[in-house]
Design a protein around this ligand. Sequence first.
Ligand code: HEM
Length: 126
Amino acid sequence: MGVRLGSGVMDVLINVFVGLHIIGIASLLGGFLTQMKAMGEGTARFTPAMLHGALTMLVTGVALVGLNQADDHAVNNVKIAVKMAVLIVILALVYVKRDEESIDKSMFGAVGALTTTNVFIAVLWT
Ligand code: HEM
């Protein structure tokens, strides 16, 4: 019984972090989508929402791995490693170029494509 109560609390905590993880995607991908027109004109930029969304993905993602392991849920390490590698590239690009007033179309597009890639890795790789 005690174990059941304990895992219930952990489930809520894990779900809270999944919610924060989704807020992170919203910030990162939203920052991209709202600038697709500007991207076509070569005037898009990496906004603070995109940088903070990318950071949120890393922090909540790592927390989710830890929480799932603490709760004895199997974590797909290969899937997580791939998602983490993709996110590190996103984060590096957005961080290094955060003060540039306009970002080349191809680089801005790459961040959108990599973010979308991670969404589909998350939902399709089971
Ligand atoms: C742009 C980057 C990322 C995107 C778009 C993304 C997307 C998602 C989505 C949509 C989910 C919910 C669906 C599911 O449970 O599979 C999810 C869950 C998860 N993500 Fe991410 N993710 C990203 C980065 C990361 C990173 C860097 C890590 C780890 C370091 C991570 C770890 C996890 C874990 C452990 C779950 C599973 C939660 C559970 O099964 O309870 N994610 N991610």
